[in-house]
Design a protein around this ligand. Sequence first.
Ligand SMILES: CC(C)(COP(=O)(O)OP(=O)(O)OC[C@H]1O[C@@H](n2cnc3c(N)ncnc32)[C@H](O)[C@@H]1OP(=O)(O)O)[C@@H](O)C(=O)NCCC(=O)NCCS
Length: 176
Amino acid sequence: MRFLETSEVHGALLRLRKGGHSIHPSVKIDRNVRLRVSEKGRLTIEEGVHILQDSWIIVEEGDHLVLGQNVFISQHCTISGTVTIGRDSLIAGFVTIVDATHVFDDSTIPVNQQGGRKEPISIGEDVWIGTSSVILQGVNIGNHAVIGANSTVTKDIPPWAIAAGSPAKVLRYRKR
Ligand SMILES: CC(C)(COP(=O)(O)OP(=O)(O)OC[C@H]1O[C@@H](n2cnc3c(N)ncnc32)[C@H](O)[C@@H]1OP(=O)(O)O)[C@@H](O)C(=O)NCCC(=O)NCCS
């Protein structure tokens, strides 16, 4: 589904609700957001979520994608697969969060014939992910963490950490 105008957004969200997905009536979805949701996947969007223009939310068969209360997703983000984003988290523009990777163990056949692997991603509450960052499959980011701009997060990040770089490393911890 691609959303162009408010009435279309409204209709599309109604259709998703009828399909059994949980979309809170307060959610705000801007123009040109795409929600590609399989009938065999599950999408949960809680109260107060706002998704800015040109972002993509992709839910395939067997996935459960959850955007918790007051999650803010800025423009041009891609969020795909079994991904949970906890309440009050901020995702800056051009961030990619995808739970899938390609298998490339067999050197005798092309990578595109070897299939893929999915590992769920969990992002805690009150997390801020800086612009243009990439969060790889299987990563858990703890509550209250901050991820610097242009980071590639390949491993778990503890709660309250400020991490940045490619691969992302903890720079320090937020004051509590
Ligand atoms: C991660 C961040 C929050 C850290 O801010 P800070 O605490 O003020 O950190 P500093 O600027 O003091 O930097 C500390 C060190 O980390 C490095 N660093 C900071 N941000 C970095 C980043 N994104 N990637 C790699 N290294 C980074 C600095 O170069 C510095 O290194 P040094 O000690 O060798 O000089 C900030 O740099 C950042 O990336 N913010 C995201 C901004 C953004 O995405 N805005 C979009 C709109 S929401």
